[in-house]
Design a protein around this ligand. Sequence first.
Ligand code: WT7
Length: 669
Amino acid sequence: MSTPPDPSNFTSILHENRVFKPAAAFSKSAHVSSLAEYKRLYAESIRDPERFWGRRANEELVWKKPFKQVLKFKAPDAKWFIGGKLNAAANCLDRHLEEDGRANKAALIWEGEPAPNGKPGEERTFTYRQLHREVCRFSNVLLRHGIAKGDRVLIYLPMVPEAVIAMLACARIGAVHSVVFGGFSAQSVADRVSDCGAKMIITADGGYRRGTIVPLKKNVDDALRLTNAEGRLIAASIRSVIVLRRSNHDIHIEEGRDYWWHRELEYVGDRHEAAVMDSEDPLFILYTSGSTGKPKGIYHTTAGYLLYTKLTSRYVFDLRENDVYWCTADIGWVTGHSYIVYGPLANGATVVMYEGAPNWPEPDRFWRMIHRHRVTVFYTAPTAIRAFMKWGDEWVKKHDLSSLRLLGSVGEPINPEAWMWYHEVVGGGRCPIVDTWWQTETGGILISPIPGATPTKPGSATLPFFGIIPEVVDDKGDKVKANEGGKLVIRKPWPSMLRGVWGDKQRFRDTYWKEVPGSYFTGDGCRQDKDGYFWIVGRIDDVLNVAGHRIGTAEVESALVSHHSVAESAVVGRPDAMKGQALVAFVTVKTGIRATQALRDELRNHVAKEIGPVAKPDDIRFAEALPKTRSGKIMRRLLKQIASGNEVSGDTTTLEDLSVLTRLNQSEE
Ligand code: WT7
């Protein structure tokens, strides 16, 4: 299924040998203050993981009923904290009111994007008490609409506080939320509803994005009208749609199906007793791309996920009571789930949330906000960092960033150049950088420096978190020598490991547990240096990482061939200075169809309609035929080479004759 990592990807990080020791001043007051302490804790965590996690679970979580057993594992099935009862939302909210004295502490500081009419962005702050109240009220709205324990609810909202409120309200009543990123299309919404059988969609009239309105409610209307090949409604399980007023533009309200969020609140009280959930009750489903055409619903359960995101938030971001913590991810990705909502709120942190883009209205938006809110911990993605580098240092230097004390990176390998820029220009040379490696499937950060303890090397995610045993292995599953490339696997289960692919046990087994039997296969290529540091090279399956967004090539291919002009297509990645990888689609058209620039535009829009603007190919290259092996397999490696070569020219009259290359290269594959 997967090929070993391409050694040429190693070049930029192979020669990287700078080491940055944590500053003494930082270490002194950090949760873990030396490498020796990290090593001691790590050794303890893997010597007896059940003891380690069992103790932590008792200390960190508020239980309604204690668990009886820490772990039951028979690959691929893991169950953690068996018999325990708790509520995730109560652990994020109620406990801070009751025992931890944080009732009047800011839980959420939100800034909206400036409206398209130039109206400045609003600001709203919720204390823990206020957030608790809003979540209780909305929990009652869900109940009033007949949402019960275990029901699935789709959330399709902009980056507004109500997105957090909706997630926590679901958790509070025991419903399973599935957040769909606002950059996905009506078709994607319908497919996800159908896959998980959601009863309700929570959306907004529209969201703001770089001065325009994203028509979320219209997309939902379209989604609810879409039919399958047999003419049946795809999203037939939906009973009601709750609509938040955000953009204030005209939308359609379907009587008996659509309800305004603010109106519904008028019918309910603000008291709600959190539902008692089992440790292993599903908390959420999050769809993500894999190497087939259909996204998979990764699901996580309650106790293990919450414990792991809580602990990693505290140790990796070195969270302290006075921190103002800002993660710029969208709530539609796992980073938003784990490190905007569950992890930080379980710690009682103050979380900053921003609705808009980093360069709207100007490219200093983030720095302005850091200054204004005195942000201390800032967590963003390499693709954003590279964009900031391009926009120029002066945008950063205009603002006082002296409040920052820690920087984080996530989503893709960070190139040493971007790392150094982040360190010097944003961090003023004084802030440790935590390059955090993890996945939707892992629920939380598995490989990352512990600031204050781990010396960092630009481009390396460094060492495993407590209880995590990553290994770089060859095709036989044996550990490779230091500095050799291989596949990254995780040897033992950890509390926030995915529990499955929703409704598809076989796919869960095949994707993660077959490649290296008994171990969790990450799909990433990796190298471990002689100090034991992990250097992630990127995906080795047919999944691309475009600007930090995970996109399966098969998904884009199936969107392309669903267009009436397309006979066949193959999608590959090519390196991109800004986005990490860009999407290149090779397309053969049906007989009689002309391959024109207009068709190219049409196909890009078609993909946006089928999947969402996030998946639009950067290049479309028309070919007479796709290069194939004798057995008919598309030669992707060859296409990758071609894609990385010359840019496609504006001239669409010459179709590429790749069959010649096939003949030349056939012996290779
Ligand atoms: C894939 C997972 C983790 C939340 C956001 C993405 C890549 C992620 C790093 C990093 C190198 C990274 C991997 C991984 N990735 N973080 N720090 N260094 N690569 O979650 O969409 O599930 O994607 O992102 O390839 O497998 P995701």
